[in-house]
Ligand binder design. Structure first.
Ligand SMILES: [Zn+2]
Ligand SMILES: [Zn+2]
Length: 348
């Protein structure tokens, strides 16, 4: 590791992956990665653009040149790849685009987050408001959560991109992209020989955040679990997995198993809680009693994703159907259905 924390990983085929640590938000750290493989010099993710993130990214690239002697200047870059459409991964794009003309790519299902940012923000805020009402969140709290959600979001403006990643023909040299929707619709992980850049799909200690598909198509727990399963066959060929946050992982298969088990337990907890009719907000309180501020919003979304997973698969019934017949969104109370086979995740 270099003085300011840059780590170098070498793949079985001689590619280099540098990890550049960044302070993304006051309480969130993470990484941009620089992959050097033959002629390809690709920057994966660009930080949040908030606080010192841009400066740390620039200093990190300079440091790689100085400490390791690799071509890592802005003009050396051949590609910029955004692993998914969350601002802690793409917010630095306006800065990066002012420094380099390297083409920028993102998965097709997250393209509109970057190129139609303002429209998307209004649309998602609309869906979120509807979700919070249906989740049974009080109007005062809805307002607080909505303004928290929108805080800082107006700092970013749409940027054009240069290419989309859609299937295996999108691969760039030894960088192969695997689409793993769930945490985000266009979430990709990037394989470089025996190294896997897992972005926010698999993290070392945190279970990546889930939100209901009701908010955005191709998110949701069902897609996420399918996408974890997608990595199982290659997990034995991966020696190091590098997430977008948190330390490197040496046993990807084991980590995937832990995350699946956690969701399995959480789904079972939700089923037990729904012996009595409850709203998503009430379930969130029971599952994550200490959550407040932005974490409260994340907790309600996480609970919503689990309830939605069960409801989609016929485990739950709506207890107050007559309220829904009125038209406008209303708080929905769910309860577990009786006489259904026990909950079983498909992957076991
Ligand atoms: Zn993310
Ligand atoms: Zn992230």
């Amino acid at each position: 590791m270099s003085e300011n924390g840059i780590e170098l990983f070498r793949s079985s085929n001689g590619a280099k992956v540098f990890r550049i640590p960044l302070e993304l938000f006051p309480s969130l750290t993470g990484f941009a990665h620089l992959v050097i493989a033959g002629d390809i010099i690709a920057l994966i993710d660009v930080g949040s653009g908030v606080g010192d993130s841009n400066q740390q990214l620039e200093e990190g690239l300079l440091e790689i040149k100085k400490e390791f002697g690799d071509a890592s200047g802005w003009s050396d870059l051949t590609h910029i790849i955004i692993s998914h459409g969350h601002i802690d991964h793409f917010g630095g794009l306006p800065f990066v685009k002012s420094k380099t003309s390297a083409p920028v790519g993102v998965h097709e299902l997250d393209r509109r987050v970057l190129t139609g940012y303002e429209e998307r923000l209004v649309y998602v805020a609309h869906r979120l408001q509807e979700f919070l009402i249906e989740a049974g969140v009080s109007s005062a709290k809805q307002e607080a959560l909505m303004s928290m959600y929108l805080l800082n979001k107006h700092l970013f403006k749409s940027v054009p991109i240069d290419f989309v990643i859609s299937n295996s023909s999108s691969n760039i040299g030894p960088l192969s992209f695997i689409h793993v929707p769930g945490h985000c619709p266009g979430q990709i992980v990037i394989r470089v020989d025996d190294i896997l850049l897992t972005s926010d799909h698999v993290l070392k200690s945190t279970s990546p955040h889930q939100s209901p598909e009701q908010l955005t198509m191709n998110t949701g727990l069902g897609h996420y679990l399918d996408s974890l399963e997608k990595l199982e066959p290659i997990s034995t060929e991966i020696n190091v997995a590098l997430g977008g946050h948190e330390p490197a992982m040496n046993d990807l298969g084991q980590r995937i198993l832990e995350i699946v088990e956690l969701h399995e337990q959480r789904l079972a907890q939700v089923m037990t809680l729904l012996d009595e009719p409850r709203t998503v907000a009430q379930i969130s309180k029971a599952l994550f009693p200490g959550a407040d501020g932005y974490h409260d919003l994340l907790a309600i979304e996480e609970a919503g994703a689990h309830v939605e997973y069960l409801a989609q698969r016929g485990y739950l019934a709506i207890d107050n159907l007559e309220d829904l017949e009125m038209g406008d969104p209303v708080p929905i109370r769910y309860r577990r259905r009786n006489n259904i086979p026990p909950l079983k995740l498909s992957r076991k």
